[in-house]
Design a protein around this ligand. Sequence first.
Ligand code: UD1
Length: 416
Amino acid sequence: MKQIRILGNKILKGEIKISGAKNSAVALIPAAILSDEVVIENVPNISDVNALDDILNYLGAEIYKENDKLTINAKKISNKPITEEYSNMLRASYYFMGALLARFKKAEMYFPGGCKIGARPIDIHLMGFEKLGAEIKNDGDKYIIEAKKLIGAEIELPFPSVGATVNILMAASKAEGTTTIKNAAREPEIGNLVDLLINMGAKIEGKDTNTLTITGVSKLTGGVTKVIPDRIEAGTYILAGVMNGDKLKVSNMEPKHLDSLLNILKQMDADIIIEENSVIASKSDNLKAIDVTTAVYPGFPTDLQQPLTSLLIMAHGNSHIKETIYENRFQNVKYLNEMGANIEINGDTITIKGPSKLIGKVVTTSDLRAGAALILAALHAEGETTIKEVKYVLRGYGNIVKKLTNVGAQICLEDV
Ligand code: UD1
């Protein structure tokens, strides 16, 4: 088991450079099989990327890695069923449904893995594939999705699901005729994929809007793209700066992708300076309490809900966070309370009564962002915190120990 130990209450000073976005990389890599060769730059060093590389290898792709550049040659891949083990490795394994369907008109795999933060059904993805002409056979967790022909269709999503938008985009790129996705998700990571697909020869209109129009093409050629900066990683380190920083510079990022968080921090009177591609954050006393509701982009991201909770422990008064995307995303609260926080859960809303002093404890991570929240709390707490099961954190935060050590944190990763 991997665990992180942190001796807290150290000032964080210097610069943290943000890596490529996990949620972009995990869509761009499966999309590479839609053509013969794709080059992806700024790929983050995270275990979710390694898992996708393993799946590509299994399918017969050739992968060349050079620092953060990934060249994927999928010319000779075969359409093998994605095993239960591979499907379970991560949530984004489901992007092979759309990608294999586009390439071979058939995809065979199991229900995807990923953090246990709610039921996370895939009904919207499947509805999209069916509208494009696919037939779906489902036996337990196994899915066989097959189409004699993919034919463009009008598809209105009942909810702007990120995953369903990506999957339908990939399948529709190689369908006959035109597909319209209405109520599509608008997360910046989807724009990143749209750019790659256009680069590969796809015809897509409506980037960054909630209506995407895709005119299918029979062949996609090679493409090159750069993964956009990870707004969730950036947000997490900005929060670390507001909790412990002395002009901690979070650079290589896109502040406009984080408007919702930055506006909240301003309302709380946090000491932040926003520059073109960076944010400088310093430890802020007298933070005001605030009420936040998670929402789809450009609203406040659910992925920053747990990290924000750790900051709100420092704020004066009662803050509330309402979680509208997932049913089970407060698993960090128990451990934050053990460290000294005063947080109550009431259905989909938590009340954080601050400020409270945090003391180091032994805690356990249940999912990726809960882990990030516990790391933020540990960096701020008096004494030493041990965070168990940090494998979840390594799914999404590349080189986290090195990045934090470089700015003055006392943190180590151990295999126990
Ligand atoms: C993606 C992100 C994840 C983020 C989430 C919401 C990736 C790899 N992961 O996850 O980090 O937390 O967006 O911003 O990009 N839903 C259904 N049926 C479906 C699909 C989704 O009911 O077929 C529901 C989900 O259970 C959830 C909500 O819709 O309640 C949002 O899900 P979705 O946007 O699809 O999230 P993911 O793509 O899984």
